[in-house]
Design a protein around this ligand. Structure first.
Ligand code: FAD
Length: 435
């Protein structure tokens, strides 16, 4: 389409992995003039997002999954490893990573990922066809208006690479807009009173958050709200710096991470779709029951027919084999019920579908086994977290109901009889507030 004054323009809002990968694709495959504007509101998140940005990820934060699965291109699954092993400039890497040869099944640090994405983006821009142009702009898209032949993106604090002064507010006309804005961080209502308290860490993947964690007393009792990947990152960080105080991982599900086997490789099995019956009006409970039966049967089938699949990975193989059938399954669930089901089972689905690298889980599970240095509890903050008047930065999670304590490394089944009226700590970290 384009416009008399300019070539066709695509504005991509958000320059995390999804936005950057989309820009790379457009630059590589466009055969006619197009301007690709990659807009990012937080300079430190460019080519990174919250998951990989350097300031929020120390070197021991590794990818949740294997280095061999971090390629940004489906058609070239070794691309990240190729970059990391052969192209990355390791001059500033710390000694523990500088000479590592990355392997398909092994770990890799998250904070190198922005360099990988930036390298691939720069290469794609360089190799692009004549008239295909990349513009990386800073700015916050605050509104979008769709017109019959174009879209107007309203941007605050727009700063273009041309060096022109930043504009408080500007309008970008586009032919297409790609929203790659990622996850929004939910404000934790239960912690509204302590968000600014020095003993409460709201954003563990930020420089101030990391500083606070690294500055915590090593004998402090720490309460981490959440028990999965981010909670493990926090616990791992504390343990690495010699933490001796008890670390409580508190979550509604009480689930724990399962480590991948050391030689784990990506593989998608071919399995038939789940048999959910023909009655599409039977309701969510009936659907869940059937799904559960089909799931158990599929897991048994994988265990029997694919003896090389490690028990810890059976559920991952089933979840991935079923992915093509998901749209048809989801169509049978009204959106309001779907939201409620996801709220209830989201963590379970995540842990069934993905494991974590032993690099992340080993130190945490070892501490769980060592006489309760890490305690996993099932509970939820039903009332507000508040600070105590002691002036020492103590805070108490009033009415954080924990109906089970579990210090083992296997996921617990709930509920159990034990009841703890509240959980208190000298330091709190909220990690489970992404949706
Ligand atoms: C802590 C953490 C660790 C993770 N680790 C892994 C891992 O090891 N492996 C893995 O595969 N996945 C991991 N994930 C999942 C991860 O979210 C995805 O892999 C991926 O990074 C998501 O990319 P995205 O581009 O969709 O979103 P994001 O990375 O969140 O990027 C969205 C970007 O859009 C920008 N933005 C938002 N709104 C606007 C606006 N209005 N205007 C301009 N810009 C805007 C944001 O600032 C942000 O930079 C992790 C997630 C988290 C939170």
């Amino acid at each position: 389409m384009g416009n008399a004054d300019r070539p066709r323009r695509v504005v991509i809002v958000g320059s995390g992995l999804a936005g950057t990968a989309t820009a790379v694709r457009l630059l590589r495959f466009a055969r006619e003039p197009v301007q690709v504007v990659l807009l990012e509101r937080r300079a430190e998140y460019r080519h990174a997002g919250v998951a990989y940005h350097r300031a929020g990820n120390p070197w021991h934060h590794v990818f949740n999954i294997q280095a061999g699965r971090m390629s940004m291109c489906r058609e070239d699954v070794d691309d990240f490893m190729l970059w990391a092993n052969d192209e990355a400039d390791r001059t500033d890497w710390p000694p523990e990573w500088r000479d590592v040869m990355f392997t398909e099944s092994g770990p890799a640090p998250r904070c190198v990922y922005p360099d990988y994405l930036a390298a691939r983006l720069a290469q794609a821009a360089h190799d692009a066809a004549p008239g295909v142009e990349l513009i990386e702009a800073d700015g916050d898209a605050i509104d979008i208006h769709a017109h019959s032949h174009h879209v107007r993106v309203v941007v605050e604090s727009l700063c273009l690479p041309s060096g022109a002064p930043a504009l408080d507010r500007a309008v970008l006309d586009a032919d297409h807009v790609v929203l790659a804005t990622g996850l929004e961080t939910r404000s934790p209502g239960f912690a509204a009173e302590v968000l600014d308290h020095p003993a409460f860490v709201r954003h563990p993947y930020s420089q101030p958050g990391l500083r606070r964690l690294q500055g915590a007393r090593t004998d402090a009792t720490v309460v981490v709200i959440g028990s999965l990947l981010s909670a493990y990152d926090v616990a791992g960080l504390l343990l690495r710096r010699g933490h001796t105080g008890t670390i409580h991982l508190v979550s509604r599900s009480g689930l724990a991470l399962r480590p991948y086997p050391p030689d784990h490789q990506h593989r998608v099995l071919s399995l038939p779709p789940p048999d959910l019956g023909a009655d599409t009006d039977a309701g969510a409970d009936d659907l869940l029951r059937r799904l559960r039966q089909a799931w158990d049967a599929a897991c048994r089938r994988v265990a029997a027919e694919f003896p090389d699949v490690a028990p810890a990975v059976v559920s991952e193989r089933v979840a991935k084999a079923w992915e093509p059938y998901l749209p048809a399954i989801l169509e049978r669930i009204p959106s309001a019920e779907l939201r409620a089901l996801l709220d209830r089972y989201g963590s379970l689905i995540a842990t069934l579908r993905i494991g974590a690298m032993a690099h992340i889980t080993d130190p945490v599970h070892a501490a769980m086994g060592e006489g309760g240095r890490i305690v996993r509890s099932v509970g939820r903050s039903s009332r507000r977290v508040s600070s105590t008047p002691s002036g020492r930065g103590d805070w108490t999670t009033s009415a954080l109901r924990c109906n089970q304590r579990n210090s083992g490394s296997t996921p617990p089944s709930y509920p159990s009889a034990e009841f703890r009226p509240y959980c208190s700590g000298t330091f709190g970290v909220s990690v489970s507030c992404h949706f």
